[in-house]
Write a protein that binds this ligand. Sequence first.
Ligand SMILES: Cc1cc2nc3c(=O)[nH]c(=O)nc-3n(C[C@H](O)[C@H](O)[C@H](O)COP(=O)(O)O)c2cc1C
Length: 299
Amino acid sequence: MNLSVNIAGAILKNPVMPASGTFGSGREYAEFVDINRLGAVVTKGVSITPWLGNPPRRIAETASGVLNSVGLQNAGVEAFLRDDLPFLKQFDTRVIVNICGRSIDEYIAVAEVLSGSGADMLELNISCPNVGEGGLSFGADAGMVYRVTTAVKKRSGQPLIVKLSPNVTSISEMAIAAENAGADAISLINTVLGMKIDIRRRAFALPRKVGGLSGPAIKPIAVRMVYEASRAVNIPIIGMGGIMTGEDAAEMLMAGASAVAVGTANLSKLTATADVLDELILFMDENGFNDIRELTILS
Ligand SMILES: Cc1cc2nc3c(=O)[nH]c(=O)nc-3n(C[C@H](O)[C@H](O)[C@H](O)COP(=O)(O)O)c2cc1C
């Protein structure tokens, strides 16, 4: 059975990877999951300087997913290069570094520092708040998606994946803007803006009021957006949003993704990434698929 996929010129041994921010630096999960089995590891967001993140509470549970407001806390790119990258490079897997910034210059700076490193690809998180535009995310506007992607692509030494936000009217428009700007691949979806109110306390569940919803609740949104984006562009798509099982992964591949990322599932089940891979193989076996790429082709 062939499970390998080609994302932006890099061959991944299989299409399963963790979603950014839900797998720590990989170290936290290495005792539960054989990282060598994963197609890639995606790091949490890395910025040019350390970010403190948002004050607690940062996570609120909902009926079918979680709302988070972590605020991209991270120790900065120098600490990442010193502490995390050497750990990840021990494994026979691809390393995708998710990057964030509060301005185009900050994105460029972190991409340049990572250029000569052992990172295989960069994933540009354009859901970061754009300080210059009053906190509006870069991913909310097609012109901004084009500008930030062009700028980072010019300076990055690695293939660039642009991670799209679902909090837009037309995902196709954003996918096309990323492709026209030179993105080598796109990934979607990031979290969906949501809110929860604790009616007993008459207070917002998260101090910042709004959070990003992830998990099973958003899977139908993700499947629809992956499908629409796959019709709009020719570059490969990494699909994510609510993947809990191998069958969910198969659905995302059938929607048009070439690879999949497992996010919130890691928070409730430490072995989720490996389990999704095992279940996907079982699904293929039981349904007569010999090549993972056969799943992606659905009209
Ligand atoms: C706790 C948490 C932290 C996250 N951190 C990041 C991040 O640093 N960068 C990023 O691009 N996405 C981040 N995400 C979004 C996920 O990578 C993913 O796009 C989203 O959660 C949808 O997938 P899921 O439903 O499988 O979780 C985070 C999600 C969660 C739940």
